[in-house]
Structures are given as C-alpha cells and as structure tokens.
Design a binder for this molecule. Structure first.
Ligand code: AMP
Ligand code: MG
Length: 426
C-alpha cells in the first residue's frame, strides 16, 4: 500500500474499497469472541468451525406417511400386494420388530425404518384391503427413505467460522445439540455528528432558523445496528477544533471504528482532516470519485496497546454531512469494513450487484461513479429499477424506501428507459 501522504488525489471507488479492506484487521477468534447461548447468537458471526457430533439423520427414517417395505420382495410378485404387519411405526419410537419377508409395515413421517425394510411407499399410492396393501405403483428402491448420515456425517464440519447465524444456521445448530456457540463480539462503532447547525432530536426548544436535527446519528445508527454492531453516540460537536479533537480522542480510545459526519469538505468550518493530521493519523483517502459522497476521509490511528501487546489501530471515516451522502458511504464502504472486522467470511465484504432494467432514464455527468437511489422490484419475475426523480444528496426524504442503487460508471452519462443497468443491492 502507498504511504498515506501520496493519496491526496481523488481516488476511484475500487481503489478506496481496496485501501479500506487492506487496513481492516479482522477480529481475533481468541480475544474478540464470546460464548453465547444459541438463542442469543442471532445474526452473530461464528468464531470457530462447528463439527457435527451426530449423524444426520440419526437413523434411517421415513420421509412420508406410508408403508415400509423391502424392495426385493416386490421382484417376483404376480400382483403388487403385500401383507400388512401388525406393528406400526410412529415418529419417536425405536422399532424392535424386524420386517418379515413379504410384509410391509405402516410407518409415519420421521418414523424409524424397521430392520429388513429399505423403501417406503407413500400412502397416496396404495389401497388397504383388510390386512393387505395394494400398491398402485411400483416404488423405486430406497424411495422416501432418509438414510442415516445422508445429510451430514458425525465428525464433519457443519458450519465454518465466519458464517453469519440466520434462521437456517441457528436451526441446524439446535438440531446438532449445540447449546452454546462461540461468536465474535459486536464491533463498537462511534458516531460523532459535527456542525454548529445541529440540534438534538430530544431538544425541547423549537427549531431556530438555520438549525436542523442531527438525523445522521439516527440513520447511521440504524445501519450499524442492522450489521449487528453497536453504535456509540459521541454527541453533536460544534465546528470548534479544540472540542472536536477532544471528542475524537475519546471516540478513538473506545471504539473499533469511528465515523464522524460533516466537516470534511473544503469549507472554512471543515476541520476533521486538520485535526486528524495533528493527532498523527495516517490519512489514506481524502476524496473519492463517487457521487454522492466525494469528500470522504479515511484515516488510520493508533488507539492503545491491545491485550497481545501490539498496537490497536482504529479506522476513522470522516463522511460528508449530507444525509444521503453519509448513507451512501456507509453502504458502499463502511459496511464492508465492518463485515471484515467482525470476522464474516469474505463473501460479505463486498456489495452485491445485479443487472436490472431501468424503468426511467438515468443521467449522470459521468465524471464520478454515480449511485442513483431508488427501488428494485420484480414485476413478472424480472428485476426492474425505478429511480427517484430528485437526486439531491441533502434530501433524505427522497431516499425513503430505497432498496437499491443504480451504478453509473465514469463516462457513462445516460441509460435510456428499458436498457440494462448495474444495480447495487443494499
Ligand atoms: P458538511 O459536510 O458539514 O458541509 O455538511 C453538509 C450538509 O449536511 C449541510 O447541509 C449540513 O447541514 C448537513 N448535515 C451535516 N451534519 C448533519 C447531521 N448530523 N444530520 C443531518 N444533516 C447534517
Ligand atoms: Mg458542517
């Protein structure tokens, strides 16, 4: 990587993505993990591989309500007809009775296959006549039997470290009798809102002319919570160098990543870069060829010595104050940084892009990689992107309901209605 001093020029989106991901050191499975009861591990990231202690299924069992039989018994029959054994096999019992030759046994879904049986015929394909079963079709051998160990064998890896625990993963861990799981701790993300114009949502005073509510705190905190991380608000700080520096120091000491909003443009009240320099930060990014979100500062600072005795480094994002710009930087860059930090496997570090049909004309000046917000829907099963009409990055209202961003590459100035466009999912 280049020394930070060289990166004063406007960098491309992919360069910045690479710089950020190269700077992030993932959590240590030993020191940055905790052991939680399974129900508390929802949406957390596994910090160790989990082996299955059991075969799945535990024993051969039926996938249907029907009759267990031995396929070979059907070979020489004139008529597909079997005697029905007196035993029945509901789920939950260990059947001791062996299936006698030429017989079948009533079995229910999840019921354990009796010794001597290898196939199940579902009841809809049969007719019961007294103690005999008429088979309306000839089953194939092994049909509707879930074999012991067919899903996974005991001793093999059920889930890998780095897996995010969603519904299927939590359910699979439960079925493997995994009561406690080792997961990475939640990253702590500090948020500092800067600007003389900001007022707290909780302020009882009426808004004065020139004042606005610190909405970035709430939007960014939501994005952080959705990543399974913890947002730590450090308050609204005036554009005052001494005050800002003090709060930035505190945030850097406490958090894994610091995000400040505002104060990174070229205005007279934009002090973040100056303070970072004074604090000895390595500044890797000062400006990105992205729209919205160009004045992005990315810096790396030493926070403290960690438990291993090595330096703890903190990633600092100075994001522009405009509400949609701030969210854009989060979607495009910060999300991936958190995903790498919290131990997620590499597939989570990058945004997902798909192709969609533009449902309206898309325009860009073509000088920066442009992200247009809007909605992706699937009428008739095909992805269609509907952009919003007003593209002011200061207009958060216009971004309500956004679930995707159309990406216009540098020099791409126009996409006609009905043409394909790359869309980033958020
Ligand atoms: P700045 O990046 O500081 O020049 O701010 C750009 C624009 O974003 C200005 O219109 C600010 O008023 C607005 N802004 C800055 N911080 C916030 C915030 N925390 N919440 C909402 N809007 C903000
Ligand atoms: Mg400002």
């Amino acid at each position: 990587m280049l020394p930070s001093i060289f990166n004063v020029a406007m960098l491309s989106v992919s360069e910045v993505e690479k710089i950020i991901l190269d700077l992030v050191k993932p959590f240590d499975p030993e020191f940055d993990s905790e052991i939680l009861p399974l129900p508390q591990a929802i949406a957390r990231i596994l910090a160790e591989d989990i082996q299955s202690e059991l075969d799945f299924p535990h024993w051969d069992n039926s996938a249907m309500d029907g009759y267990a039989l031995c396929y070979a018994d059907l070979e020489n029959l004139q008529e597909l007809k079997l005697a029905i054994a007196t035993d029945e096999i509901p789920a939950g019992i260990a059947i001791a009775q062996r299936l006698a030759q030429g017989e079948c046994m009533r079995i229910f879904t999840g019921g354990m296959l009796p010794v001597g049986a290898d196939t199940v015929i579902m009841q809809e394909d049969t007719e019961r006549i007294d103690n005999f079963l008429q088979l309306n079709i000839k089953p194939t051998q092994g049909e509707y039997v879930r074999r012991k160990g067919e899903f996974i064998k005991a001793g093999t890896t059920l889930l890998r470290a780095g897996t995010k625990l969603g519904a299927t993963e939590i359910g699979a861990l439960a079925s493997a009798r995994c009561q406690m799981v080792k997961v990475y701790r939640q990253p702590k993300i500090a948020i500092i809102s800067t600007g003389n114009e900001l007022v707290s949502l909780n302020s009882p005073q009426p808004l004065q002319l020139g004042q606005i509510i610190d909405s970035n705190l709430y939007a960014i905190s939501t994005l952080i919570a959705q990543m399974g991380a913890i947002a730590i608000p450090f308050g609204m700080i005036n554009d005052n160098k001494a005050k800002l520096e003090k709060v930035m120091q505190q945030a850097i000491a406490e958090a894994d990543i610091v995000i400040s909003t505002g104060g990174v443009s070229v205005g007279d009240y934009d002090f973040i870069d100056e303070i970072l320099e004074k604090m000895g930060a390595d500044i890797y990014v000062r400006s990105v060829a992205i729209k919205p979100g160009k004045p992005l500062t990315v810096a790396f600072l030493t926070s403290a010595l960690n438990v291993n005795g090595s330096e703890d480094k903190v990633l600092y994002f100075g994001v522009p104050g405009n509400p949609v710009s701030a969210m854009m930087i989060f979607w495009r860059f910060i999300r991936g940084a958190i995903a790498k930090l919290n131990g997620s496997n590499e597939s989570y570090w990058y945004p997902q892009f798909i192709k969609a049909i533009a449902n309206a004309e898309l325009n860009s000046q073509g000088r920066r990689e442009t992200y247009l917000w809007g909605q992706l829907t699937y009428p008739k099963g095909k992805p269609v992107f509907q952009p919003v009409q007003n593209y002011s990055s200061g207009n958060l209202i216009s971004a309500i309901g956004t679930n995707a961003l159309a990406v216009m590459r540098i020099n791409q100035t126009y996409v006609p209605i009905g043409d394909e466009v790359i869309v980033m999912l958020i």
